[in-house]
Design a protein around this ligand. Structure first.
Ligand SMILES: N[C@@H](CCC(=O)N[C@@H](CS)C(=O)NCC(=O)O)C(=O)O
Length: 215
């Protein structure tokens, strides 16, 4: 099995953490990426397999798929243990929705901060930070009564941890006032699967003179 990702890919980090959590023997190949030239030249498998021209991709024999959530689904079916979707039907539905919200709702504000490229003083960036703050408050509320976002540790935690970690690079870190969220971030960061992945990304950030998130 091979994961094709990028050294600064939030969605790739999701897949990398899930692979590590499940202890899967998987080669990880990083496509060419630089802060200046981004993903050009495009990796040949990305060109061939993904009409959206994005990473991550997962190659496993005749299975050649893209999109981190699709990769989660494949990993869960092929390697059911340890389970990364909650067993309980209600909790599972909540976890799936939270995973989607990380990738598609929270990510909209994240994209605004990416476009701002460090200039967080613009009205657009300030609006994105305010919107993220409201979402952080919602998540903090979920974590009052439990260690994980949807009962048991799940893909929802992996996705949102990656979103907050990368948002922190862009000036969108959660405020410490959200103490349940802060404690959850620390719990996440202590997991070997998570710290192994963030250490690799941190090395890339350091090489490129970009400050590493505190968590
Ligand atoms: N929904 C996709 C998003 C993938 C994505 O946005 N990948 C980024 C890197 S994190 C990428 O390859 N961007 C290059 C581009 O869009 O040109 C997923 O979950 O995998």
């Amino acid at each position: 099995m091979k994961l094709i990702s990028g050294p600064l890919s939030m969605f790739g980090a999701k897949a990398q953490i899930a692979i590590a959590e499940k202890g899967i023997d998987c080669e990880i190949e990083m496509v060419p990426f630089s802060l200046q030239h981004r993903y050009t030249p495009l990796h040949s498998d990305v060109e061939r397999l993904n009409p959206k021209k994005q990473v991550p991709l997962l190659l496993d024999g005749e299975v050649e798929i893209f999109d981190s959530t699709q990769i989660f689904e494949y990993l869960e079916h092929k390697f059911p243990s340890p389970a990364l979707w909650p067993e309980n039907t209600v909790r599972r539905a909540q976890a799936r929705l939270l995973e989607l919200k990380s990738d598609e709702v929270f990510f909209q504000d994240f994209k605004t901060l990416m476009t701002a490229a460090g200039n967080t003083g613009t009205p657009e960036a300030q609006a994105a930070i305010a919107s993220m703050d409201r979402y952080y408050e919602e998540i903090d509320g979920l974590l009052v009564s439990g260690d994980w976002l949807a009962g048991s540790y799940s893909y929802a935690d992996i996705a949102f941890f990656c979103a907050t970690w990368f948002a922190s690079i862009l000036g969108g870190a959660p405020r410490p006032v959200f103490r349940h969220l802060a404690a959850w971030q620390r719990r996440m960061a202590e997991r070997p699967a998570v710290s192994g992945t963030t250490q690799e990304i941190s090395a890339f950030l350091t090489q490129n003179g970009v400050p590493v998130p505190a968590v």
